[in-house]
Design a protein around this ligand. Structure first.
Ligand code: OAD
Length: 243
Protein backbone atom coordinates (compact mmCIF):
# COMPACT_ATOMS: atom_id res chain seq x y z
CA UNK A 1 0.00 0.00 0.00
CA UNK A 2 2.75 2.45 0.99
CA UNK A 3 4.68 1.59 -2.18
CA UNK A 4 1.51 2.12 -4.20
CA UNK A 5 0.89 5.49 -2.58
CA UNK A 6 4.45 6.65 -3.17
CA UNK A 7 4.37 5.55 -6.81
CA UNK A 8 1.06 7.28 -7.36
CA UNK A 9 2.35 10.45 -5.68
CA UNK A 10 5.16 10.55 -8.24
CA UNK A 11 2.72 10.15 -11.12
CA UNK A 12 0.54 12.92 -9.68
CA UNK A 13 3.55 15.22 -9.37
CA UNK A 14 4.49 14.72 -13.02
CA UNK A 15 0.98 14.77 -14.56
CA UNK A 16 -0.25 17.88 -16.31
CA UNK A 17 -3.76 16.58 -16.97
CA UNK A 18 -5.61 14.89 -14.14
CA UNK A 19 -9.26 13.92 -14.03
CA UNK A 20 -11.02 12.69 -10.91
CA UNK A 21 -14.34 10.87 -10.76
CA UNK A 22 -16.10 10.75 -7.42
CA UNK A 23 -19.15 8.96 -6.06
CA UNK A 24 -21.07 8.78 -2.82
CA UNK A 25 -18.11 7.23 -0.96
CA UNK A 26 -16.23 10.53 -0.80
CA UNK A 27 -19.09 12.06 1.18
CA UNK A 28 -19.56 9.04 3.44
CA UNK A 29 -17.07 10.40 5.98
CA UNK A 30 -19.08 13.61 6.09
CA UNK A 31 -22.07 11.57 7.23
CA UNK A 32 -23.92 11.32 3.91
CA UNK A 33 -25.19 7.77 3.36
CA UNK A 34 -24.07 6.00 0.18
CA UNK A 35 -26.63 4.36 -2.12
CA UNK A 36 -25.55 0.75 -2.11
CA UNK A 37 -24.17 -1.54 0.57
CA UNK A 38 -25.08 -1.70 4.24
CA UNK A 39 -26.80 1.48 5.38
CA UNK A 40 -27.20 2.50 1.73
CA UNK A 41 -30.15 4.68 0.69
CA UNK A 42 -31.45 2.05 -1.75
CA UNK A 43 -31.89 -0.34 1.18
CA UNK A 44 -34.59 1.88 2.66
CA UNK A 45 -36.08 3.47 -0.44
CA UNK A 46 -37.13 1.99 -3.76
CA UNK A 47 -35.47 3.79 -6.67
CA UNK A 48 -38.72 3.43 -8.61
CA UNK A 49 -40.66 5.25 -5.86
CA UNK A 50 -38.45 8.30 -5.49
CA UNK A 51 -35.87 8.65 -8.26
CA UNK A 52 -37.60 8.26 -11.62
CA UNK A 53 -39.70 10.68 -13.72
CA UNK A 54 -42.58 8.18 -13.46
CA UNK A 55 -42.44 8.32 -9.65
CA UNK A 56 -42.60 12.12 -9.77
CA UNK A 57 -45.56 12.07 -12.15
CA UNK A 58 -47.37 9.54 -9.94
CA UNK A 59 -46.62 10.93 -6.49
CA UNK A 60 -44.64 14.19 -6.41
CA UNK A 61 -45.28 14.57 -2.67
CA UNK A 62 -43.48 11.32 -1.90
CA UNK A 63 -40.55 12.31 -4.13
CA UNK A 64 -40.33 15.73 -2.44
CA UNK A 65 -40.48 14.03 0.96
CA UNK A 66 -37.39 12.02 -0.04
CA UNK A 67 -35.53 15.09 -1.32
CA UNK A 68 -36.52 17.15 1.73
CA UNK A 69 -35.11 14.35 3.90
CA UNK A 70 -31.85 14.49 1.94
CA UNK A 71 -31.74 18.30 2.06
CA UNK A 72 -32.18 18.23 5.81
CA UNK A 73 -29.48 15.59 6.21
CA UNK A 74 -26.93 17.24 3.93
CA UNK A 75 -27.63 20.65 5.42
CA UNK A 76 -26.31 19.35 8.73
CA UNK A 77 -22.98 18.07 7.38
CA UNK A 78 -19.93 19.58 5.77
CA UNK A 79 -17.07 18.61 3.46
CA UNK A 80 -14.28 16.39 4.80
CA UNK A 81 -10.49 16.04 4.28
CA UNK A 82 -11.11 14.02 1.08
CA UNK A 83 -12.99 16.91 -0.55
CA UNK A 84 -10.32 19.37 0.64
CA UNK A 85 -7.49 17.23 -0.76
CA UNK A 86 -9.07 17.49 -4.22
CA UNK A 87 -9.21 21.30 -3.90
CA UNK A 88 -5.49 21.22 -3.12
CA UNK A 89 -4.82 18.95 -6.09
CA UNK A 90 -6.73 21.25 -8.46
CA UNK A 91 -4.42 24.13 -7.51
CA UNK A 92 -1.34 22.14 -8.53
CA UNK A 93 -2.44 20.70 -11.84
CA UNK A 94 -2.53 22.62 -15.12
CA UNK A 95 -5.51 20.85 -16.52
CA UNK A 96 -7.75 19.46 -13.82
CA UNK A 97 -11.33 18.22 -14.01
CA UNK A 98 -13.40 16.87 -11.18
CA UNK A 99 -16.38 14.83 -12.32
CA UNK A 100 -18.83 13.96 -9.57
CA UNK A 101 -21.92 11.81 -9.48
CA UNK A 102 -22.84 13.38 -6.15
CA UNK A 103 -25.65 15.90 -5.88
CA UNK A 104 -24.77 17.01 -2.34
CA UNK A 105 -22.79 20.09 -3.42
CA UNK A 106 -19.96 19.32 -0.97
CA UNK A 107 -17.21 19.60 -3.62
CA UNK A 108 -18.40 23.10 -4.50
CA UNK A 109 -18.66 24.01 -0.83
CA UNK A 110 -15.12 22.74 -0.21
CA UNK A 111 -13.82 25.03 -2.99
CA UNK A 112 -13.50 22.84 -6.11
CA UNK A 113 -13.98 24.99 -9.21
CA UNK A 114 -13.30 22.86 -12.28
CA UNK A 115 -16.29 20.72 -11.44
CA UNK A 116 -18.80 18.75 -13.50
CA UNK A 117 -21.83 17.65 -11.46
CA UNK A 118 -23.08 15.08 -13.95
CA UNK A 119 -26.11 14.03 -11.88
CA UNK A 120 -27.11 17.61 -11.01
CA UNK A 121 -27.27 19.37 -7.68
CA UNK A 122 -29.69 18.85 -4.83
CA UNK A 123 -29.87 22.58 -4.10
CA UNK A 124 -31.07 23.48 -7.58
CA UNK A 125 -34.74 23.28 -8.53
CA UNK A 126 -36.36 23.45 -11.92
CA UNK A 127 -39.91 24.45 -12.84
CA UNK A 128 -41.72 21.64 -14.65
CA UNK A 129 -43.77 24.26 -16.54
CA UNK A 130 -41.50 27.18 -17.51
CA UNK A 131 -38.12 25.42 -16.92
CA UNK A 132 -36.82 28.25 -14.72
CA UNK A 133 -33.73 26.99 -12.90
CA UNK A 134 -33.05 28.39 -9.43
CA UNK A 135 -30.80 27.75 -6.47
CA UNK A 136 -32.69 27.19 -3.22
CA UNK A 137 -30.85 26.21 -0.04
CA UNK A 138 -34.05 25.67 1.97
CA UNK A 139 -33.78 22.79 4.38
CA UNK A 140 -37.35 21.87 3.56
CA UNK A 141 -39.05 22.88 0.30
CA UNK A 142 -42.52 21.92 1.54
CA UNK A 143 -44.85 19.27 0.16
CA UNK A 144 -45.31 20.56 -3.39
CA UNK A 145 -43.07 23.60 -3.98
CA UNK A 146 -44.17 26.06 -6.66
CA UNK A 147 -42.26 28.24 -9.14
CA UNK A 148 -42.02 31.91 -8.10
CA UNK A 149 -42.37 32.97 -11.73
CA UNK A 150 -45.29 30.92 -13.09
CA UNK A 151 -46.67 28.85 -10.19
CA UNK A 152 -45.71 25.56 -11.87
CA UNK A 153 -44.57 22.56 -9.81
CA UNK A 154 -40.86 22.55 -9.02
CA UNK A 155 -38.69 19.45 -9.22
CA UNK A 156 -35.19 18.78 -7.91
CA UNK A 157 -32.62 19.51 -10.64
CA UNK A 158 -31.07 16.07 -10.42
CA UNK A 159 -30.85 13.30 -12.98
CA UNK A 160 -33.27 10.49 -12.25
CA UNK A 161 -33.04 6.92 -13.50
CA UNK A 162 -34.24 6.75 -17.08
CA UNK A 163 -33.33 10.38 -17.78
CA UNK A 164 -30.51 11.60 -19.99
CA UNK A 165 -27.55 13.49 -18.64
CA UNK A 166 -27.04 17.08 -19.75
CA UNK A 167 -25.32 16.57 -23.15
CA UNK A 168 -22.92 19.47 -22.68
CA UNK A 169 -21.79 18.26 -19.23
CA UNK A 170 -21.36 14.61 -20.22
CA UNK A 171 -19.50 15.67 -23.36
CA UNK A 172 -17.03 17.61 -21.21
CA UNK A 173 -16.73 14.65 -18.82
CA UNK A 174 -15.94 12.25 -21.66
CA UNK A 175 -13.40 14.65 -23.12
CA UNK A 176 -11.70 15.11 -19.74
CA UNK A 177 -11.57 11.34 -19.31
CA UNK A 178 -10.20 10.61 -22.77
CA UNK A 179 -7.54 13.34 -22.59
CA UNK A 180 -6.13 12.94 -19.10
CA UNK A 181 -2.83 11.37 -18.13
CA UNK A 182 -4.15 10.16 -14.79
CA UNK A 183 -7.63 9.39 -13.57
CA UNK A 184 -8.51 8.90 -9.92
CA UNK A 185 -11.75 7.04 -9.28
CA UNK A 186 -12.90 7.72 -5.76
CA UNK A 187 -15.71 6.18 -3.72
CA UNK A 188 -17.93 4.89 -6.47
CA UNK A 189 -19.32 1.41 -6.96
CA UNK A 190 -18.89 1.90 -10.71
CA UNK A 191 -22.19 0.34 -11.66
CA UNK A 192 -24.18 3.34 -12.94
CA UNK A 193 -23.64 4.36 -16.54
CA UNK A 194 -22.46 6.45 -18.25
CA UNK A 195 -20.27 7.45 -15.27
CA UNK A 196 -19.01 3.88 -14.93
CA UNK A 197 -17.62 3.90 -18.47
CA UNK A 198 -15.44 6.98 -17.92
CA UNK A 199 -12.62 4.96 -16.34
CA UNK A 200 -12.62 2.73 -19.38
CA UNK A 201 -12.45 5.77 -21.67
CA UNK A 202 -9.51 7.13 -19.69
CA UNK A 203 -7.66 3.84 -19.94
CA UNK A 204 -8.39 3.58 -23.66
CA UNK A 205 -6.92 7.08 -24.03
CA UNK A 206 -3.68 5.92 -22.42
CA UNK A 207 -4.21 7.24 -18.91
CA UNK A 208 -3.08 5.62 -15.70
CA UNK A 209 -6.20 4.76 -13.70
CA UNK A 210 -6.28 4.50 -9.92
CA UNK A 211 -9.13 3.49 -7.66
CA UNK A 212 -9.56 4.70 -4.09
CA UNK A 213 -12.28 2.82 -2.24
CA UNK A 214 -12.83 1.03 1.03
CA UNK A 215 -13.53 -2.16 -0.91
CA UNK A 216 -13.01 -3.81 -4.30
CA UNK A 217 -15.46 -2.90 -7.07
CA UNK A 218 -16.35 -4.55 -10.40
CA UNK A 219 -13.82 -2.14 -11.95
CA UNK A 220 -10.89 -2.92 -9.64
CA UNK A 221 -9.47 -5.50 -12.07
CA UNK A 222 -8.96 -2.86 -14.78
CA UNK A 223 -7.09 -0.46 -12.50
CA UNK A 224 -3.36 0.27 -12.53
CA UNK A 225 -3.57 1.12 -8.83
CA UNK A 226 -6.09 0.00 -6.24
CA UNK A 227 -5.75 1.87 -2.96
CA UNK A 228 -8.00 0.34 -0.35
CA UNK A 229 -9.08 2.65 2.45
CA UNK A 230 -11.22 5.68 3.23
CA UNK A 231 -10.97 8.57 0.78
CA UNK A 232 -10.68 11.02 3.67
CA UNK A 233 -7.43 9.34 4.67
CA UNK A 234 -5.90 8.34 1.31
CA UNK A 235 -6.52 11.52 -0.71
CA UNK A 236 -4.80 13.80 1.87
CA UNK A 237 -1.81 11.41 1.80
CA UNK A 238 -1.59 11.73 -1.99
CA UNK A 239 -1.34 15.53 -1.85
CA UNK A 240 0.62 15.94 1.38
CA UNK A 241 3.67 17.38 -0.41
CA UNK A 242 1.64 20.19 -1.98
CA UNK A 243 1.02 23.49 -0.17
P1 OAD B 1 -22.69 3.75 -4.36
O1 OAD B 1 -23.46 3.80 -3.07
O2 OAD B 1 -23.16 2.84 -5.41
O3 OAD B 1 -21.18 3.36 -4.04
C1 OAD B 1 -20.45 4.01 -3.04
C2 OAD B 1 -19.02 3.47 -3.08
O4 OAD B 1 -18.27 4.19 -2.12
C3 OAD B 1 -18.90 1.99 -2.73
O5 OAD B 1 -18.07 1.37 -3.70
C4 OAD B 1 -18.22 1.99 -1.35
O6 OAD B 1 -17.36 0.87 -1.16
C5 OAD B 1 -17.44 3.28 -1.41
N1 OAD B 1 -17.13 3.93 -0.11
C6 OAD B 1 -17.90 4.01 0.99
N2 OAD B 1 -17.31 4.73 1.94
C7 OAD B 1 -16.11 5.13 1.44
C8 OAD B 1 -15.04 5.92 1.93
N3 OAD B 1 -15.05 6.44 3.14
N4 OAD B 1 -13.96 6.13 1.11
C9 OAD B 1 -13.92 5.59 -0.13
N5 OAD B 1 -14.91 4.84 -0.65
C10 OAD B 1 -16.00 4.62 0.11
O7 OAD B 1 -22.58 5.27 -4.88
P2 OAD B 1 -22.20 5.79 -6.33
O8 OAD B 1 -21.20 4.93 -6.98
O9 OAD B 1 -21.91 7.23 -6.19
O10 OAD B 1 -27.41 8.15 -9.02
O11 OAD B 1 -23.59 5.61 -7.07
C11 OAD B 1 -23.71 6.07 -8.38
C12 OAD B 1 -25.09 6.63 -8.59
O12 OAD B 1 -26.09 5.66 -8.22
C13 OAD B 1 -25.44 7.84 -7.74
O13 OAD B 1 -24.99 9.04 -8.28
C14 OAD B 1 -26.93 7.79 -7.70
C15 OAD B 1 -27.07 6.32 -7.39
O14 OAD B 1 -28.30 5.75 -7.61
C16 OAD B 1 -28.59 8.75 -9.16
O15 OAD B 1 -29.33 8.98 -8.23
C17 OAD B 1 -28.93 9.06 -10.59
Amino acid sequence: MEKNINELKEIIASSKRITVLTGAGISAESGVPTFRGSGGIWRNYQVTDVATPQAFARDPELVWEFYNWRRDLINKVTFNPGHKALVKLEKHVNDFTLITQNVDGLHREAGSRSLLEIHGNLWEVKCTKCSLLTMDRSQNMGKLPKCSQCGGLLRPHVVWFGESLDPDIIHKAIEASQNCELMLIVGTSGVVHPAASLAHQAKAGGAVVAEINIEQTPQSGQMDFVLTGPAGKILPMLVENFN
